[in-house]
Design a protein around this ligand. Structure first.
Ligand code: UDP
Length: 473
């Protein structure tokens, strides 16, 4: 287990985004929460410090909680690959997906419990009476009974979900239920994700948020965007600017590492319209389906010279996602089987993960430069990449699954693909946006507004404060 450092951030920069009254209201609510928490610490525990939506959400919330004077800390559990194989199976199951189809039985439960007991032994040494602890996702659910025994104030937050019953989802919940029955509060992304056996009165809904001032989302002028992407090998080098960005600690830095890209020729020209999906190498992100949709777009002659970039974390960088390397191999195989004329227009990019800020700067630049951002998921609890692209005023094509249906109203903030298994529907949505800059602009402007109203970390802080206050009443 290790701790992640998060530096405090003031709320004041939000004034230019949402106005002074709104910021002052949140600051007042935060003061009430801080008073309720008193001298105690609010801990967060999850299983990765980088490389996915959950790490992103935790970081973008904790820095502002710290900024308003709440003592918050972040712990990351560790375990052997067999543990993460089980938790990945659980992750897939809660999306009602069979994943690798492995058994979730007594042996798996024993291993899961053993690893969490070891992590708990380390966590216990840090806790003081009266502290609160928020455990995130299936990886940490097994900590809940230990923490309850200790008399801690515990919340379990689940970032995954599936609407309604399903055989796999039921199996996942059957595994987790005994750890969660006594949790006083559980947080879900959408109310549709609360499992039927969980008491509604103990369930709270908080949608995920983004931090508009993080390295991932901070404003990046076009010359820097070009230089960052040129240095990373994602577009042709050009322009006179340096690949600069502002680190989380405020220092100015340059991107220096290159992405590992599987492609036929060189990087696309700066002027080439890019269709971009950024996601973990996970089957539910449906990279193969997007390849098929893009191939169809080219076959139909509606591509307008665009190229497709599928980007995700370099596979050495993400400890809790054991299926990643295998999925990347499958995507590479699918790419290799594309007709020659399509394959040379597709780039599979592993983004460097050695420095989380540098990775975020590259993601930022890629999203800003995209002509269309896609999230072709088959399942999606809530697509943070969608919110990030909406904030950057990009036109979006996304599957009408899970939380994406809350994020985007079809034809208003983006285009939804209702049958994600149909390449023709994806191709048609891409073609409509590429063909109409006016449509692209309208969607992108509405998307930005939607995020401003609903999905910024300021709003999340307000809800988080109310939640933590519940623990101390
Ligand atoms: N992400 C990243 N680097 C990568 C790939 C993804 O920082 O190489 C980030 C992405 O920008 C987003 C998060 O990981 O913030 C993915 O969150 P999302 O909710 O879209 O999917 P999840 O990974 O949680 O299923």
């Amino acid at each position: 287990m290790f701790q992640v450092q998060v530096s405090a951030r003031a709320l004041s920069p939000f004034v230019e985004l949402v106005g002074v009254e709104r910021v002052e209201a949140v600051a007042r609510a935060a003061a009430v929460a801080r008073a309720a928490i008193g001298p105690h610490t609010v801990w967060n525990v999850n299983s990765t410090a980088a490389g996915g939506g959950v790490a992103e959400i935790i970081r973008s919330l904790l820095r502002y909680a710290r900024g308003v004077g709440v003592e918050v800390r972040w712990l990351v559990i560790e375990g052997p690959p067999e543990f993460f194989a089980i938790t990945k199976r659980l992750h897939n199951a809660l999306h009602d997906n069979a994943g690798d189809g492995s058994v979730l039985g007594a042996r798996e439960a024993a291993l899961y419990e053993r690893v969490l007991a070891q992590n708990f032994a380390e966590i216990e040494r840090l806790l003081r009476p009266g502290d609160a602890i928020i455990c995130h996702d299936p990886q940490t659910a097994g900590l809940v009974p230990h923490l309850r025994r200790l008399g801690e104030r515990v919340v379990w937050r689940c970032h995954i979900g599936h609407e309604g019953p399903g055989a796999e989802a039921d199996a996942g919940w059957a595994f987790l239920r005994k750890y969660l029955e006594e949790v006083p509060i559980a947080v879900f992304t959408r109310s549709a994700y609360v499992p039927s056996w969980f008491p509604c009165a103990h369930a709270v809904t908080i949608p995920p948020n983004i931090d508009p001032f993080s390295v991932k989302n901070q404003w990046m002028p076009e010359p820097s965007t070009r230089a960052v992407l040129g240095t990373a090998g994602l577009v042709e080098r050009g322009g006179a600017c340096c690949s600069v960005y502002v680190r989380e600690d405020g220092a100015t830095e340059e991107v220096t590492r290159r992405a590992e890209v599987i492609r036929v020729g060189g990087p696309p020209a700066w002027s080439t319209p890019l269709v971009v999906q950024i996601s973990r190498w996970d089957r539910m992100k449906d990279h193969a389906g997007l390849l098929a949709g893009f191939a169809r777009l080219i076959e139909q002659g509606q591509d307008l010279g665009s190229e497709l970039v599928l980007a995700g974390p370099a596979q050495r960088g993400v400890a809790d996602d054991p299926e990643g390397p295998e999925v990347l191999r499958e995507v590479t195989r699918a790419w290799g089987e594309l007709p020659d004329g399509v394959r040379r227009r597709v780039h599979l990019a592993e983004l460097p993960m050695a420095d989380a800020d540098e990775n975020a700067a590259i993601v930022n630049a890629l999203q800003r430069h995209a002509a269309v951002v896609v999230q072709k998921s088959l399942r999606e609890g809530f697509g943070l990449t969608v919110t990030e692209a909406m904030w950057k005023r990009r036109p979006i094509v996304a599957s009408a699954v899970g939380g994406i249906q809350d994020q985007i109203r079809d034809g208003v903030e983006g285009l939804l693909v209702h049958d994600p298994t149909d390449p023709a529907e994806t191709a048609s949505a891409l073609g409509r946006i590429l063909a109409s800059p006016a449509l692209a602009d309208t969607l992108a402007g509405a998307a930005h507004e939607r995020v401003r109203e609903r999905y910024l970390s300021l709003t999340a802080l307000e809800r988080w404060g109310a939640l933590v206050q519940l623990l101390y009443t």
